[in-house]
Design a protein around this ligand. Sequence first.
Ligand code: TXA
Ligand code: MG
Length: 351
Amino acid sequence: MKTVIEKITEQLTEEDKKKIEAAGDILKQGGLVAFPTETVYGLGADALNPEASKKIYAAKGRPSDNPLIVHISNMKALEKITSEIPEKAKKMAKEFWPGPLTMIFPKSEQVPLETTGGLETVAVRMPNHPIALALIDAGGGYIAAPSANTSGKPSPTKAEHVALDMDGKIPMILDGGAVGIGIESTIVDFSTEIPMILRPGYITPEMIQKVIGEVKMDPGLSMDDPTAHPKAPGMKYKHYAPKADLILVNGAQEKVIQKINELVSMAQESGKKTGVIGTDETCGRYQAGIVKSIGTRSEEDTIARHLYGILREFDDLDVDVIYSESFSTPRIGQAIMNRMLKAAGHQVIEV
Ligand code: TXA
Ligand code: MG
């Protein structure tokens, strides 16, 4: 299959709208279209068409028990695909939608089990991105979309990343440039008495507490307990992994820099091509290896924005091992480290 890449601007000119209409037609006919959202690029299909949803699993190589998020553009659409909307969820929608928040609801009969990975619940999100919202409307209103990467690889934050994974497998990619946030939405489940965060993201527990009071973190996300079972099926799979072995070094900054310098020189002595992930504040302190800055600690959003991209850059350079600082930054550090730890297969050196 030939994959057409269409450049679209966020201003949505008449020409852009025509392209989005064509993409919407592909979706309505049961085909796949990759598109930008504010978090990461999504791989979209008509969420109410079971055959279309199945194509997503095939293109990604995704296990069929891993449910998809249904993307909508308005609140009326939420009523059609859910059988109950808790008051707290309504408040959350009012505060954070459109935005990087996914909520889990009991599903209505409209939503096929192929979309929900066999579950009686459905994950729903209203993305805050003009191209995504226009595509949802053009494609019938309900777009199932996981991140548009091959299963297990870093999520795509640019159309070029999507093309590397999906070229020849899908008919169209809408290229809206680099995404703004760079890590996936926060997922909140309302099926328990106290709502529970199943995946940390840009919307933090503190932000949620301000709107609905107490919220818990899924104990299955515990980073220290390898036997813990996360409640979101997708959180149990190996994820975001670069080709190289990624090892995180955690501790006070000076010690981390010293340790990484030691590790790099040892790796190089044994003939390994070595990468280092530092920040604007520290990159000048590394003596050897291919050193890249993920962003600046003084503006933690930059770290989230470049996280997946930097892993893919090291893939392109064919390094054997990457040593990275860890990034438990004040606001979204938990969400960043959730991804970094998975990408590293939980290999952490404490200093
Ligand atoms: O930011 C995002 O959420 C991006 C963009 C494209 O919107 N999408 C995304 O989708 O990250 P995906 O498929 O890569 O991750 C969806 C996660 C998986 O961990 C999945 O198991 C979980 O959501 N999930 C989906 N439906 C669920 C449900 N009914 N119950 C529990 N977890 C669910
Ligand atoms: Mg994903």
